[in-house]
Design a binder for this molecule. Structure first.
Ligand code: CA2
Length: 153
């Protein structure tokens, strides 16, 4: 069974509790419940992890090797700063979709730079919590394509 890791970075544990005008009213627990429901609909497994610590996120990416087929990563502000997270993704060799609740390209200039975009299959941003199910479905399509190509080769 296809297994997905939903990995959320710093401050995303505060979703729905602070600054609802920026990040909305939905909590991370609600987003994770939706992801579990969507996984069931897709016939996939899902694990959800959130951490405020860069090293913990890196450890989770390392541990995903052999366990998960795809990663949905909202790296929060580490998106714009972390070469270490980018290196972890490329060393894990697991397809990753970069996800953001907000449209990072329509915000401050510093949010337009993403280190992890270089190693992402693609990026989904600006759709709020709906982005998670979109990313999960996009990952399933991507993984199916990879497996088709492997069978054809
Ligand atoms: O739009 C996104 O998903 C971001 O990854 C969110 C990050 C931000 O640094 C990125 O540029 C874009 C920030 C997450 C902070 O989440 C909070 C939630 C509630 C209250 C305060 C912060």
């Amino acid at each position: 069974m296809t297994s997905l890791l939903i990995l959320n970075g710093p401050n995303l544990n505060l979703l729905g509790q602070r600054q609802p005008e920026v990040y909305g009213h939905t909590t991370l627990a609600e987003i994770e419940d939706t992801c579990r429901q969507v996984a069931e609909d897709l016939g996939a497994r899902v694990d959800c992890v959130q951490s405020n610590h860069e090293g913990v996120l890196i450890d989770a990416i390392h541990a995903a090797r052999g366990l998960h087929d795809g990663i949905i990563l909202n790296a929060g502000a580490y998106t714009h700063t972390s070469i270490a997270l980018m290196d972890a993704i490329s060393s894990a060799e697991i397809p990753m979709i970069e996800l953001h609740l907000s449209n990072i390209h329509a915000r401050e200039e510093f949010r337009r730079k993403s280190y992890i975009a270089r190693v992402a299959v693609g990026q989904i941003c600006g759709f709020g919590p709906e982005g998670y199910p979109l990313a999960m479905r996009a990952m399933m399509v991507h993984l199916a394509k990879i497996s088709e190509n492997q069978h054809d080769a």
